[in-house]
Design a binder for this molecule. Structure first.
Ligand code: IPM
Ligand code: MN
Length: 356
């Protein structure tokens, strides 16, 4: 297969972890006979510095013309500490999601047998967890208008808005995911308080009869926050709005033992995008110590969701599992004195795939 992949390394550790994913994708291409072409483009603080905009038009065109986008991370402390900054790197991420129509962020949570003991949660509670969040990504309070301050600057407001159409397309994807999995769908909302949540619940209730094989549960977000770490195995597919999904998926990453391991796929109207959920981790930038596995596993999701190449995806996750078993890991996961550099883990994985 011919594949054109846009590379958006972004900020912080983004470039380092993307470089490892590139090694792995090259190894897959060679092994399975695919012709893979990468095209790099700028985003985030790096793009603000270069051209004054965190998601330049040129970058958008590169994404639109590619078959998939591999994305690193966005964010820079220079902007975090300056609330008056006019342009912020995160705006680029939000604009990219919106313009590419990436309305569904697929964030799986699973455990790795060799890492279960790393989680702060009890083994018997988490072992065998296999759930997936579909976080709505282009609506809700992240995008709603009006937003801002009153004239005196003494009040600030954000607006949470959802249309039936926005809820329905995400919910249908949730039902379809559930049908391919354990057939349990949980609609996470705050319908006891919020009007938008009541529309979510009403819409999901209306669709449910079309998917008779799927059991639907409705649960308030505060209760999910609790039960998710108490009994994660009780969940299969969870659908939720943008902000709830942002928060709950960070919480869910604790189940797997490390945020450095969790990949994601953003799906929607245009080119699909794949990114680790960990963010730019500026403290580690440039040190060759960041864990590249979430990005490498995002590349595995790319083969699965963008190209429907399941053997390729599995070859990557097998190599990752082996690296965890053998302790070829970065310092955040290392048990004893031996740890590997970001680039060494990438080299090892690529070699493993080539020789497997
Ligand atoms: C994420 C991040 C982003 C979000 C930030 C960086 C804007 O936390 O992808 O989860 O809130 O969506
Ligand atoms: Mn987040």
């Amino acid at each position: 297969m011919e594949m054109n992949i846009a590379l958006l390394p972004g900020d912080g550790i983004g470039p380092e972890v993307i470089a490892q994913a590139v090694k792995v994708v090259h190894a897959i291409g060679k092994k399975f006979g695919h012709t893979i072409t990468f095209k790099e483009a700028i985003t985030g603080a790096a793009a603000i510095d270069a051209v004054g905009h965190p998601y330049p038009e040129e970058t958008h065109q590169v994404c639109l013309q590619s078959d998939a986008v591999l994305f690193g991370a966005i964010g820079d402390p220079r902007f975090d500490n300056d609330p008056s900054a006019k342009v912020r790197p995160e705006q680029g991420l939000l604009e990219m999601r919106k313009r590419l129509g990436l309305f569904s962020n697929v964030r799986p949570t699973f455990t790795f047998p060799s890492l279960v003991h790393k989680s702060p949660l009890k083994r018997e509670r988490i072992e065998g967890t296999d759930l997936v969040f579909l976080r709505e990504l282009t609506g809700g309070i992240y995008f709603g208008e009006p937003r801002g301050r009153n004239e005196q600057g003494t009040k600030a407001f954000d607006t949470c808005v959802y249309s039936v159409e926005e809820i329905e397309r995400l919910a249908r994807m949730g039902f379809e995911f559930a049908q391919k999995r354990r057939k349990l769908l949980t609609c996470v909302d705050k319908a006891n308080v919020l009007a938008t949540s009541r529309l979510w619940r009403e819409t999901v209730q209306r669709l449910a009869p079309e998917y008779p094989d799927v059991t639907v549960e409705y649960e308030f977000v505060d209760a999910v926050a609790m039960r998710l770490i108490q009994w994660p195995k009780a969940y299969d597919v969870l659908i939720t709005e943008n902000l709830f999904g942002d928060i709950l998926t960070d919480e869910a990453s604790v189940i797997s033992g490390s945020m450095g391991l969790m990949p994601s796929a953003s799906l929607g109207e245009n080119t699909k995008l794949f990114e680790p959920i960990h963010g730019s981790y500026p403290q580690a930038a440039g040190k060759d110590i960041a864990n590249p596995l979430a990005t490498v596993l995002s590349a595995a999701m790319m083969f699965e969701y963008a190209f429907e190449l399941l053997d390729e995806a599995k070859a990557i996750s097998d190599a990752v599992n082996l690296s965890l078993e053998k302790g070829v890991v970065t310092e955040d996961l290392a048990e004893g004195e031996v740890s590997y550099k970001t680039s060494e883990v990438g080299d090892w994985l690529a070699e493993q795939i080539s020789n497997a």
